[in-house]
Design a protein around this ligand. Structure first.
Ligand SMILES: Cc1cc2nc3c(=O)[nH]c(=O)nc-3n(C[C@H](O)[C@H](O)[C@H](O)COP(=O)(O)OP(=O)(O)OC[C@H]3O[C@@H](n4cnc5c(N)ncnc54)[C@H](O)[C@@H]3O)c2cc1C
Length: 410
């Protein structure tokens, strides 16, 4: 194996593996700070979960309890949103960010019982969210079924065009001097003792001071040392309609965030969810396939919540993507303590666009020897390693444990 020299005649300071929202953001901020960066992506930029998602963004989630981890998640995602609002100018790229607010639509008494205390706790923590009744929800989004039970309305949330944002950050990284190599698969990490010294990609050894894994669901493949079950692939599916006149005033979620959707500025309606109708709830699979039962559930959810779409909306496309779900529902962000030279930023569950922008800044600070500016302790990548392989699955976003009773809304 040969050690490959980076463009410009010198080895990179940092190799970033993965070209999604997380990897491009990290590469950009590090290149901006003066580091020599090489980003390696096995397929194309934005070809993983980042190019296959719903495009919703905001701070936190009612599924995060306000424990230390939940508060740290809110701090990071709140700052992510603040920076996101300035990014179109910074990147000189319109990624169609629309801060329309979001409605978490309540269709079951079970969901109401969860949201009532969750919303109260969020309000105590200073989050601008309120529980509203059916009429108030329908005043915001008249297309909603009159049979819903109400909604949680969060004003400071919205949606965006993920592909434009990620490619905007990739372009900014290149302008700042980073080299991006799509179509380059990292086979494994290069080691010297317990220290990571670079990567082996397509049979070539590339040395660097630091390696960052921004490989989301695929992370355990490059880090076999990671406790089993810490990050698990989770397949999500989405269907899309033809462009329609404005019908959905803002993005919606329902059934414990398990179904969600929005209308793009171009008029297409996207809707996803129903992982509980997938094989093993979509967990454990890297196959980017759609399945009829899941798509049927999503279509039913859409027409039940928005009856006027029946007979009007035609599905023109469907796709799937692989998320990285973590055992405790929190991502892995920071140095991987057992292996000096290795940093991990992965496992963003169903919400990477609420994290990626700020995670880039935090990792860039860390690799420049500065304080990250956030409490990253709850996200320590080695936290599962220290459990000695005894990883209990307690992910609040997992699909199967709640009801299918959204179907009762007519
Ligand atoms: C159906 C669906 C709906 C979603 N909806 C939303 C939503 O509305 N809002 C939201 O915020 N989030 C949503 N998400 C989640 C969001 O897409 C992810 O959290 C986010 O994209 C993670 O970004 P990432 O850059 O960490 O990972 P990814 O985008 O998955 O990028 C990881 C990259 O690493 C590359 N890679 C892996 N292994 C290697 C290797 N060995 N060598 C080189 N490259 C490698 C992969 O090819 C991939 O491109 C959704 C996801 C899905 C699938």
């Amino acid at each position: 194996m040969t050690a490959v020299i980076h463009r410009g005649g010198r080895s990179p300071d940092v190799i970033v593996v993965g070209g999604g929202v997380t990897g491009t953001s990290i590469a950009w901020r590090l290149a901006e700070s003066g580091k020599r960066i090489l980003l390696l992506e096995q397929r194309g930029i934005c070809s993983g979960a980042s190019g296959r998602n719903g495009g919703m963004t905001g701070a936190g989630s009612s599924m995060h309890a306000l424990s230390r981890g939940g508060r740290a998640a809110y701090a990071l995602t709140t700052e992510n949103l603040r920076v996101m609002k300035t990014l179109a100018v910074e990147l000189d790229r319109d990624f169609e960010l629309r801060m329309s607010g979001t409605l978490d639509v309540i269709t079951t008494t079970e969901q109401f019982a969860h949201l009532e205390p969750a919303v109260a706790a969020e309000r105590d923590a200073g989050i601008d969210v309120e529980l509203i009744d059916t009429d108030a929800a329908r005043a915001i989004m008249p297309a909603l079924s009159p049979h819903i039970l109400g909604a949680a309305y969060t004003r400071d949330r919205g949606h965006l065009w993920p592909f434009a944002l990620v490619n905007g950050m990739a372009d900014a990284a290149m302008r700042a001097g980073a080299e991006l190599r799509p179509g380059t698969r990292v086979d494994h990490l290069a080691w010297s003792g317990d220290r990571v010294t670079g990567v082996v990609a397509e049979g070539e050894t590339i040395l660097s001071e630091d390696v960052v894994l921004a490989t989301n669901a695929w992370t355990p493949r490059l880090l076999p040392d990671l406790a089993q079950g810490a990050i698990v692939p989770a397949r999500g599916q989405i269907l899309v309609t033809q462009p329609l006149p404005p019908i959905l005033a803002c993005p919606f979620g329902t059934n414990f965030d398990k179904e969600y959707g929005r209308q793009t500025p171009g008029g297409q309606i996207l809707c996803g969810g129903y992982r509980r109708h997938d094989v093993n709830q979509g967990l454990g699979s890297f196959r980017e396939e759609v399945t009829p039962r899941v798509l049927a559930g999503i279509a039913r959810c859409l027409s039940d919540l928005f009856p006027s779409l029946r007979g009007l909306a035609r599905v023109v496309r469907a796709w799937s993507g692989i998320m990285g779900f973590t055992a405790d529902g929190l991502p892995l962000i920071g140095p991987y303590d057992p292996a000096p030279g290795l940093t991990v930023a992965a496992g963003f569950n169903g919400g990477g666009f609420s994290w990626g922008v700020i995670v880039g800044k935090a990792i860039a600070r860390l690799l420049n020897g500065q304080e990250p500016g956030f409490d990253l302790e709850p996200f320590r990548p080695a936290r599962f390693h220290e459990l000695g392989g005894d990883v209990a699955w307690a992910n609040p976003f997992t699909a199967g444990e709640t009801s299918d009773r959204v179907e009762s809304v007519r």
